[in-house]
Design a protein around this ligand. Sequence first.
Ligand code: SF4
Length: 224
Amino acid sequence: MQTREKILETNARLGKIFGKPKLRGGNPVETLVGCILSQATTDAQSDAAYHALVQKFPTWAKLRDARVSDIARVIKTAGLANEKARYIKDALNFIERERGEINLDFLNELSESDARKWLMQMRGVGPKTASIVLLFAQKRNVFPVDTHVHRVTRRLGWISEKTSAEQAHQILEALIPSKMYYQLHINLIRLGREICRAQNPKCEMCPLNDLCAYYKTTRVRAKH
Ligand code: SF4
């Protein structure tokens, strides 16, 4: 089976097991702040931190003007609070300086590649965060690669072992049909968290094991 066929089959199988999440779109500044908060923590903790943040600082201007230490105190449940507080404040200042207001709607007028580059000028914003903002908030044709998507797609053999997460964005965008980006992103993360874990992946119970390069190699090795 060619990689493209494997991708279609993977999307269909994971859709049946994990469901077909709908892309709703949203405010890109909210998505950016939420994504910075979500780095290296659980969804529940970053959601709690986001909620606390908007309670304490109900406007972007209030958040931008707050001291880093005050922001960090409010978001401490999300971990790396000082670093994240600095990134959030820097991002809001950067957007306002460049655009004259804290609003990212103009990104819709840029190409995907230019919009991603624009976002990545901000400290703490790499290709994953930029792609999440563009896909989740603006429904743009980009495929975000986080640590789970990177690990799982390497094991499945869609990208090589040596491909970095950064390089994987463009390679996977070319391989995966754009209408599948959101569902596949969400469901590969779920597979990565629940089954294809970094340590001891549960290959025997994985719905993709007959499509997986890693499983094929390890099973052959185990027989010898
Ligand atoms: S078969 Fe194993 S390595 Fe391959 S995707 Fe499933 S859990 Fe991951």
